[in-house]
Design a protein around this ligand. Structure first.
Ligand code: NAP
Length: 350
């Protein structure tokens, strides 16, 4: 571990969502770096197989703590944040309702930040947000999307509860930074992929209508392999001099949606897909949106222009800030990452 970290290897670290797809990797990398006082927060209902298997692999896993609770409870947040120096906050609401997303992304974050300020020893609060917060509605196709780009200003019209929850969460974190001097860093990962997550990103296409509609064409995908993403998250909690900063997380040597789909078809299963260019997808989404408005919501506006822009318009992505300010480098290159992702389909794991 570098002597330039803001904490020592014995300081207490809390990871929320520690049993999740990315959270378990964050815990693993912390143990690998030699942090011996890692507290893993899980919900009482969580299946802990992934986390327990991973803890067993590392000597420092023996001293890691598992604390069960719900971040909606202020009492549980106090238990979680007690004596903690750095929080990696990955727990989030993935539900489709706006109320659910608000509760499990924004309210939980508020409870946790309050507990951290009152019961912790706050050195850094790492908030894991998402690319979903961006709006590229007014951006040109192919323009570079980086940390300075506009955020979505109408998540309701985009009919995207997850985006709404993440925007509210970020807003709160920035407020706590300004008003209560919470030292924070926000990370916005793109599409995180790797073993443990089999679903294809919606940015590639959709199979809602009984066959696969390939909407991503030759657009670059904002991919980040789970190990690379988790490493960026870990660094964000350790590096000095980055309080109040925001980092996009995407890998180097990004591939296109078409390349991703071809590799998937070659390795996993061939299937029929229809490629729909963006201008057609955008026109269809616009018609769907108008009809939904006219039918006064009888047809939910699941397809709309904002969503079309966010997922299929096609932008380029930068990880320059991640390299320069956090000293991040991908642990795994894109070829190795794709091989590891596709290899999971050979095993019988669900
Ligand atoms: N996966 C991606 O492609 C991606 C992309 C960009 C950003 N992110 C962000 O990265 C973070 C981790 O994502 P992931 O893919 O690892 O998700 P995940 O596997 O679904 O993990 C999310 C975790 O949050 C926990 N959680 C939800 N509500 C909670 C609450 N009220 N109290 C305590 N824990 C709660 C869940 O617990 P249970 O196990 O009990 O349900 C789950 O373990 C999230 O913030 C997500 O928004 C993910």
């Amino acid at each position: 571990m570098s002597p330039n970290n803001i904490i020592s290897s014995a300081d207490r670290i809390l990871v929320t969502g520690s049993n999740g797809f990315i959270g378990a990797k964050v815990v693993e990398i912390l143990l690998e770096y030699g942090f011996s006082n890692v507290r893993c927060f899980v919900r009482p209902s969580s299946k802990l197989d992934r986390l327990k298997q991973m803890l067993a692999k590392y000597p420092a896993g023996k001293t890691a703590e598992i604390v069960a609770g719900d971040l909606l409870s202020r009492e549980d947040c106090q238990k979680a944040a007690d004596g903690v120096s750095v929080i990696y906050h990955l727990a989030a609401g993935m539900e489709k309702s706006f109320a659910g997303a608000f509760m499990n992304s924004a309210l939980t974050t508020r409870n946790l930040m309050d507990a951290f300020l009152e019961h912790g020893r706050p050195a850094r609060f790492v908030n894991v947000s998402s690319f979903t917060v961006y709006s590229n509605l007014k951006m040109e196709r192919g323009a570079l999307l980086d940390e300075t780009c506009a955020l979505e200003d109408n998540a309701q019209e985009r009919f995207d509860a997850y985006c709404f929850g993440k925007l509210k969460q970020e807003e709160l974190v920035r407020q706590y930074g300004e008003k209560r001097k919470l030292p924070y860093v926000i990370l916005r990962p793109g599409a995180v992929f790797g073993p443990g997550k089999k679903a294809l990103s919606g940015r590639v296409g959709i199979d809602t209508f009984g066959f696969f509609i390939h909407l991503g064409g030759e657009n670059q995908l904002p991919l980040t392999f789970v190990d690379n993403c988790a490493d960026a998250i870990v660094l964000a909690g350790l590096k000095p001099g980055v309080d109040g900063e925001i980092f996009n997380v995407v890998d180097d040597d990004l591939i296109s949606s078409g390349e991703f789909l071809s590799a998937y078809k070659r390795k996993v299963k061939p299937f029929f897909s229809v490629r729909v260019p963006f201008f057609v997808a955008n026109a269809m989404c616009s018609l769907w949106e108008q009809y939904s408005k006219r039918s006064q919501g009888q047809l939910p506006p699941v397809f709309n222009r904002r969503r079309a822009a966010a997922e299929w318009k096609g932008n380029r992505f930068s990880n320059q800030k991640l390299h320069e300010r956090l000293g991040w480098k991908p642990r795994v290159n894109m070829e190795q990452a794709m091989n590891a992702f596709l290899a999971q389909y050979e095993s019988r794991t669900p």
